[in-house]
Design a protein around this ligand. Structure first.
Ligand code: DGL
Length: 270
């Protein structure tokens, strides 16, 4: 493995772009290869078997592109497929997930009542509860599945008042009524972070932890001497399994039009 090899990042759609942007900002010498599995989103509503199968194909695709690290930039995939991915490709590439760095942030919090929102897959897996439990900090965790949010964000839904109502309907839920901190347990949610913060009007600490995720990856690559020290002259590459208009629009907004985006259906290939 070589420090000049790229970092692979994947998600079901545009959510992982929030992680990709953070990585590019923190590690400007790195080349990114992104895969958005738009053909199969939302992952949060799929069975474990299906998600594991999609992740396996994506990881092998990223390995074929010589990725030194693979970032599972999706909470649903991290919840359902992390163990499988580590076993299957962990000896060929460094595997990062987006849940552990967030749990590390919880470890440093003073608040005791923590809310988590995420997809059905993430919330039903109870992965956050079990990892937070291991911190032995006697925290109360209140989790709520908010399955409409990721598809709403992915579709580029812009009607502000309906968006506000959907967000408020979830956040007013009884389960979240006492929380002091809210974890955004889906990589799509930083895209509506300001609306969520507006709902709470500073009464609740809202954390997406993108920066913590980026720093965690940077530190680990540095320790393993795999951080690219030379300037990257190659363009980042973005692949999607289905070239949707919303992905095209969002990725251009994220990366100022300067993007090399291709459709690639890796699922039919032998
Ligand atoms: N961005 C993904 C996550 O963090 C999920 C959205 C989905 O495909 O359901 O869970």
């Amino acid at each position: 493995m070589n420090s000049e090899f790229p970092i692979g990042i994947f998600d079901s759609g545009i959510g992982g772009l929030t992680v990709a942007r953070e990585i590019i900002e923190l590690m400007p010498n790195e080349k990114i290869i992104y895969f958005g599995d738009t053909l199969h989103l939302p992952y949060g509503e799929k069975s474990k078997e299906k998600v594991v199968n999609y992740c396996s194909k994506i990881c092998h695709f990223l390995l074929s592109k010589k990725c030194k690290a693979i970032v599972i930039a999706c909470n649903s995939a991290s919840s359902l497929a992390l163990d499988y991915i580590k076993t299957e490709v962990g000896s060929n590439s460094i595997i990062f997930n987006v849940i552990d760095p967030v749990v590390d942030c919880v470890n440093n919090l003073q608040n005791k009542k923590i809310g988590i929102i995420g997809t059905n897959a993430t919330i039903n897996s109870k992965v956050y509860e079990s990892k937070i439990d291991k911190l032995k900090k006697k925290l109360s965790v209140f989790s709520l599945a908010t399955p409409l949010l990721a598809p709403m964000i992915e579709s580029g839904f812009h009607d502000a008042s309906i968006k506000k109502k959907i967000i408020a309907t979830y956040l007013k839920h009884n389960k979240l009524k006492e929380i002091e901190t809210l974890i955004l347990g889906c990589t799509h949610y930083p895209l509506i972070e300001s609306e969520i913060k507006n709902f709470y009007n500073k009464k609740v600490n809202v954390i997406s932890s993108l920066n913590a995720i980026g720093l965690h990856i940077k530190n680990k690559l540095q320790k393993k001497k795999l951080l690219n020290e030379t300037q990257n002259s190659e363009k980042h590459e973005f692949f999607v399994s289905d070239l949707t208009t919303s992905f095209q629009n969002s990725s251009k907004i994220f990366f100022n039009n300067d993007i090399n985006l291709k459709e690639k259906n890796i699922f039919n290939e032998k």
